[in-house]
Design a protein around this ligand. Structure first.
Ligand code: ADP
Ligand code: NA
Length: 333
């Protein structure tokens, strides 16, 4: 079993990235190790500039995201933690796979349509080709399982299509078909000001996104001011109906407490947000505060974080080299 997943260093990580991705990876890292498998987590710095990002921001965020992942429990002794740019085989493999991927396949990718919007002609070729680099990221290591959010499922299917076509075209049994790991426990966290929008690095409103770098006071303040309706919480999930803000805050509480929404309603059903929001603020500070403190401590010595990434990249290069060589051999290169 080999698990591979990545995260873009386009900004400071937020609560959605933590509960929806990094926290799941920490659990996975231990489960996979217990089964004798291997986990690889990378900072997707090559994916980041497909939309403009200032160089100083990119390099700073790469280190910050690495520090956040370590602070949250990704252990470089158990998992291979690295940044893509330090493993040239990602770029090389992406080019080789570009020759196999079909234009028609990429044209069907909904994320490109969403991100490019009306400015399709002005989007970078990299943004269009993003899923092929993503295929390279996982095929390069013969990943068996790839933890992905719903939004990335289509890209992983493309990686499987590319692997299948390569194996077929060249008559080899080279690439492993990676299976998606969509954790049922991985919640989708919404904005604290608009529960119809995903909590996201690209959300412009500061109040709507809890960042892992936020101070205790800021975390508590954001939860206390989170948008809610005036009603009390019901006793059961069924009675929640379309109360999206309530549902989102309950989901966050349950995820932070390693519990579930019915249990949380068992405790808070019949109470108003005047009681629930302070409890949520306290829980968030208790869970996120230590991660932030550790992140700040790690960022005191950015050189040490870079050294961790370098050591991870060295291990990744060793694993990538034979697969890249076999791919070149298969193609007559
Ligand atoms: P963002 O949308 O903030 O730019 P990314 O696209 O870099 O975040 O996502 C990194 C990881 O975090 C992915 O696995 C993604 O599914 C997860 N993720 C991002 N936002 C959320 C959210 N609001 N709720 C749950 N998971 C999320
Ligand atoms: Na995203």
């Amino acid at each position: 079993m080999r698990v591979v997943s990545g995260i873009k260093p386009t900004g400071n990580l937020h609560l959605g990235n933590y509960l929806g991705a990094v926290k799941q990876w920490v659990t996975l890292q231990d489960d996979v190790a217990a089964q004798g498998g291997e986990s690889m987590f990378f900072i997707a710095d090559l994916h980041a500039p497909t939309e403009w990002i200032a160089p100083a921001e990119l390099s700073a965020h790469t280190i910050e995201v690495a520090a956040t992942m370590i602070a949250a429990g990704i252990d470089p002794a158990k998992s291979i933690l690295f940044n893509q740019a330090r493993v040239p085989a990602h770029s090389e493999m992406a080019w080789l796979l570009n020759t196999v991927a079909r234009v028609g396949w990429l044209n069907r990718m909904t994320q490109f349509k969403d991100k490019a919007g009306k400015n399709r002609e002005g989007a970078s070729v990299g943004l269009y080709d993003y899923p092929v680099l993503m295929a390279a990221d996982v095929l390069l290591y013969n990943a068996t399982h790839v933890p992905v959010g719903e939004d990335q499922k289509q890209h992983l299917e493309l990686a499987r299509d590319i692997a299948t076509k390569f194996n077929g075209d060249y008559g080899v049994d080279l690439f492993t078909l990676p299976a998606p790991l969509i954790s049922k426990a991985a919640p989708r966290i919404m904005s604290l000001r608009d529960a119809s929008a995903k909590m996201s690095k690209s959300n412009p409103s500061e109040q709507s996104v809890v960042k892992l770098i936020d101070s205790d006071d800021t975390i508590a303040d954001k939860f206390r001011k989170a948008k809610t309706d005036p009603d009390v919480l019901p006793a059961t999930v069924e009675e929640l109906g379309d109360r999206a803000e309530a549902r989102n805050l309950l989901t966050i509480y349950a995820a932070l407490a390693d519990s579930d929404v019915p249990t949380v309603l068992g405790e808070f059903g019949g109470k108003g947000f005047g009681a629930f929001k302070p409890a949520l603020a306290d829980l968030a500070v208790a869970k996120l505060g230590p991660i932030r403190d550790e992140m700040v401590r790690l960022l005191d010595d950015r050189g040490a974080v870079t050294a961790v990434l370098q050591a991870g990249a060295e291990k990744a290069r060793v694993l990538a080299a034979p697969v890249l060589k076999q791919t070149q051999d298969a193609m007559g290169l």
